[in-house]
Design a protein around this ligand. Structure first.
Ligand code: ATP
Ligand code: MG
Length: 249
């Protein structure tokens, strides 16, 4: 439902074994139709936050809801509504792109017809065309990211969590991935939470931004609000003003 927070996190705290205090009370929301960016330097706690939201990691404290469901107490309900692209996702090198989409679709779909429709949707989102017939071992980094993004979106999740979807991509792939992400949120009324280091990208893709540093949200707002608040010409300036002087682990 547009306007409703489909991704909701409050007061997340996480200390890893060994004593690294990765999160010190992170709260964020993403509503339907909205692309929200979680931005911060290496080690700020982005991946930790996203892994908690999708239910892969348990917070020490705090609350998460995905489309109203608790990913730990109601994992089946939450996961059915979630799409997650991990930071370090790999591909099956010997499988073709198309076989991968169809194989994954069959895990989700109730019938073969539905699986085919889902895989076709994935094929279109991937933009890979004839390359879908080739084994994924021969894909470039950009092509791998595109097929994994397609796999994440083809099941039409209401809540999408993308950990650095454009990391390592050339301009053309990155532009296309941003376009796909925006279009997906708009057309499906889905909430998309995306992590990034790239402020230029964020300015383009995000309706709202959370800046995270050393495990805490240090700034939040629409790109326009952040520019105005800090008298900055672009978000990179805002980032340097807010995060740059803090010094990161
Ligand atoms: N499994 C783990 N065990 C111990 N410490 C961890 C673990 N995973 C992450 N950390 C630490 O927690 C902090 C936050 O890490 P996290 O991966 O969430 O940051 P990030 O913002 O995603 O960084 P990057 O931009 O490099 O991906 C870092 O100090 C990191 O070293
Ligand atoms: Mg990370």
């Amino acid at each position: 439902m547009p306007g409703e927070a489909l991704i909701h996190a409050r007061g997340l705290r996480k200390t890893y074994p060994g004593g690294v205090e990765a999160l010190r009370g992170v709260s964020l929301d993403a509503r339907g139709g909205e692309v929200v960016a979680l931005v911060g330097p290496n080690g700020a706690g982005k991946t930790t936050t996203l892994r908690i939201i999708v239910g892969l990691l348990r917070p020490d404290e705090g609350e998460v809801r995905v489309a109203g469901f608790d990913p730990f107490r109601e994992p089946v309900e939450a996961r059915r509504r979630l799409g997650y692209l991990p930071e370090d996702a790999g591909v099956y090198r010997r499988m073709t792109g198309w076989d991968f989409l169809l194989f994954t679709a069959r895990l989700y779909a109730g019938s073969e017809a539905e699986a085919l429709e889902m895989a076709r949707r994935g094929a279109e989102i991937s933009g890979l065309g004839d390359a879908l017939r080739r084994p994924m071992g021969g894909y470039s980094k950009g092509m791998k990211r595109r097929i994994l993004l397609a796999r994440t979106l083809m099941t039409e999740p209401e809540a999408v969590v993308l950990d650095e979807p454009t990391s390592g991509l050339d301009v053309e792939h990155a532009v296309e991935v941003r376009r796909v992400v925006r279009e997906y949120a708009r057309s499906r009324g889905a909430a998309v939470l995306v992590s990034s280091h790239n402020m230029f990208e964020v300015e383009y893709v995000a309706d709202r931004v959370y800046l995270i540093s050393s495990g805490a949200v240090v700034e939040e707002g629409s790109p326009g609000e952040l520019l105005e608040r800090h008298g900055a010409r672009n978000l990179e300036e805002v980032y340097m003003k807010v995060v740059g002087r803090r010094g990161e682990a």
